[in-house]
Design a protein around this ligand. Sequence first.
Ligand code: GDP
Length: 457
Amino acid sequence: MFDDMQNVYAVIDSVVAAVDIEISLLVIALVGIYCIVGILSLKEKGARESSEKELARLQGEIEKLTREVNDLRREVSARAKVEAVAAPVAEIPAAKEAPAEGVVAAKAIPVEGKAEAAPVVAEVVAPKVEAATIAKGMAKSRTSLLGKLKNLFTGRKSVDLASLDDLEEMLITSDVGARVSDALVNTVRGRASQNQEITETALRDLLKEGIRTELIPVPLEHRMYEPVGNPLVILVVGVNGVGKTTTVAKLATRYQEQGKKIVAIAADTFRAAAVQQLKEWGTRSNFFVYSGAENAKPAAVVFDGMVAAKEQGADVVLIDTAGRLHTKSNLMQELEGVRNSIRRHVPDAPHETILVVDGVSGQNALSQAREFNASTPLTGLVVTKLDGTPKGGIIVAISQELKIPVFYVGVGEKARDLLPFSVDEFLDGLLNEEGEGGSVTSPRVSPSGSAEAAPAL
Ligand code: GDP
């Protein structure tokens, strides 16, 4: 029994020894495999890390290049926009002079019936030409009136009772109006009958004095000159061809240069050319133009334009209206519709209703002014084309009869050829000899008190 047990133990020992060897071998094999796997994965990790580093470096390079490409793209598109502005300006005919000197030429791309972002590209054009003045603009009227005055004094040193008819004719043909002419002739008659000497210089002074009392003075601080409002709404009316659209554009340019945000509404929907003309001015002088569809109702265009003006945060809204009106009731109806559209947005507007008349048309300008004044309440006048007429005296007749101030006069087709009206400059421009004192050559004092060598535009 004991021997049997010994044998069993011996067998068990040999089995255990054999199993231990197997287990050891297994353990060794497993450790080996683990090491190999470890080495392989370390190798792979190293490779991955260096690839990631390389990838990051390449990504950095790509970002840098992308930035450079974008910068180049921006520059190219900015240049293209500037060139695109220059090209159409050169093509604009007639009223289409180069951008006014010193004016910012920039790109506005008005889209019909839509509010658009403000222009983005600007380029300053250096001042080149002499500034316009009322005196220069009135050269034709001055030459004509002074010529007639000289004739009056041909062969005499002083006007006398015998020359009163000639004086009256001279005044009437200068378009100052019958009332003003009568008043002046009466003054001269009074002096002549007292045997007072009335020399050419004395007569010119009498004329100045007489005309001054008949003109409505325009205060320099008037809001037309320094616009304030939220926004200030200016409705511009007048018959076709007087220079309405040009005046709207000149005013817009002027205010734009004062740092005001302008929205011009092209409500002359009957005349596609007028809308196009205003858009071209907007592009040239960098102000926003709102236009509706062709033949749309002006009141509807103005309504939508006022929405755009508010969206744009306009300081000044200028509204160009249609001049093609056959009857007075048409005119009243249409202007009332436009006024209602404005009031829906700005209840106390329009703040100014400006009638534009053409100085060249002389007495016609007066009858137009009468008709418009009867149709819609006017607050002021702009008399255009003074540069092209010997009939500058018409300003006196209109102002005297309608008791409406003249805010601006037009003395040319360029943006800066719209000048704030000044009674003194007008009278000197009309009656002073070249080189004579007065404000023909003297600077104008701006509303802010600073002297300007020439008017602001
Ligand atoms: P609208 O029909 O009343 O809008 O008139 P426009 O604005 O189209 O002007 C008619 C023409 O008059 C255009 O050729 C303008 O350039 C010209 N014009 C406007 N104002 C003046 C001015 O003050 N002087 C001169 N010489 N021409 C002007």
